[in-house]
Design a protein around this ligand. Sequence first.
Ligand SMILES: Nc1ncnc2c1ncn2[C@@H]1O[C@H](COP(=O)(O)OP(=O)(O)OP(=O)(O)O)[C@@H](O)[C@H]1O
Ligand SMILES: [Mg+2]
Length: 381
Amino acid sequence: MYDTKGTMKQFIFDRLVDRENLCNLTKEKDQFLHLIETKSNVVVYAPRNFGKTSLLKNIVIDDFRKLNKKSFVFFADLLGVKNLDSIIGRLMNSFERSFNESFPVKNIFENIKSLLSMLQPEVSIDSITGNPSVSLGISADKKEYTISYVFQLISAISKKIPVLIVIDEFQDIVRVDEAQALFRSVFQEMHNMPVILMGSKRHLLGDIFSIPDAPLYSWGIDIEIPSIPYNEYQVYINDRFSTKNIHIAYDEAVYLQNLMHRIPEPVNIICQQIMDIYDNLEITKEIINNSLKQILDNRESRYEIQIQGFSETEEKILIELAKIKTIEKPQSKIFIAKTNLTSRTIGKIFDKLLQIGIIEKTGTYYRISDPLFMFYLNYYR
Ligand SMILES: Nc1ncnc2c1ncn2[C@@H]1O[C@H](COP(=O)(O)OP(=O)(O)OP(=O)(O)O)[C@@H](O)[C@H]1O
Ligand SMILES: [Mg+2]
């Protein structure tokens, strides 16, 4: 189970994947490092649980730091921001944390301090650890100014050392009036700094970057994280299965990946379940199906709590959608008949469920984003 470096090969889920356990994505990694080198602006799109954050945080940022011993990485996550205050709060916290992570050494900090002092953040050295830290005190009446202030600080730092800016779940700014325009003016002012914006809700990212009237229209280079090729995932799975003398053939590996919509996290969950139960065998489709049922049993209370969060009509729509798996036109006569709801209600609820990521639109059709949840609704409702 341990390789020569003493790290362990595992099926990871519910958390970020470390370098050792991230399957594939080496081409994307090289692409990112090149775009950072050329100080490009990048928009990264991939559906939920495709490994975006793992790739960026645990590999790309890590490599950037190794390549640039003295550097500053600004990483912010905007998941669920609802107003300008929450965006500002996230950016300021991220700046403070990024600062502490990037300047653990006093002499680099001394250099930076003089630059920053013009912009007047509160900088200090911890008397016990000797580590520098920064805190940004900002008054509530200067909201519009604050976003640009944070980026001015980063710009100031970039005059001394290489800087990388990564913002995760960027699409969530669409809910906030003015935010797109504010970010646009900030990004226009910044030069010679690579900026990577990530998101998992394609329709929202599209609203930001693909609508001609939108402030950030056609900003940056698009990178899409593709599905892992079937055979590569099969090798990855067998690599881990082999410790229990389990093997999965190509056809069964394809079946398993398709069953989980080729989303790595639920594939890993099923594989772990198989490893927990079996040893010394060749995996069949029946074993895959049984393992799926066991997972749904184990997760019953988790899904029931999730279902309680939905209204009755939302639940009805989800149950019908789970049955038919995908739908192109939710407001069609057939679906209206199945749900016994008006076209207007269905439209509204689809919008909401799309917005919160419970359902997703791939190509021209909608489906429940989490295949495990979809199967749960199918078996238990
Ligand atoms: N390339 C991969 N190899 C192995 N596991 C992966 C890979 N990509 C994703 N996963 C699985 O997906 C889970 C989530 O990874 P991560 O949080 O990096 O994805 P994400 O795309 O940022 O998701 P989200 O959209 O929810 O932010 C991991 O815990 C792991 O189970
Ligand atoms: Mg993520």
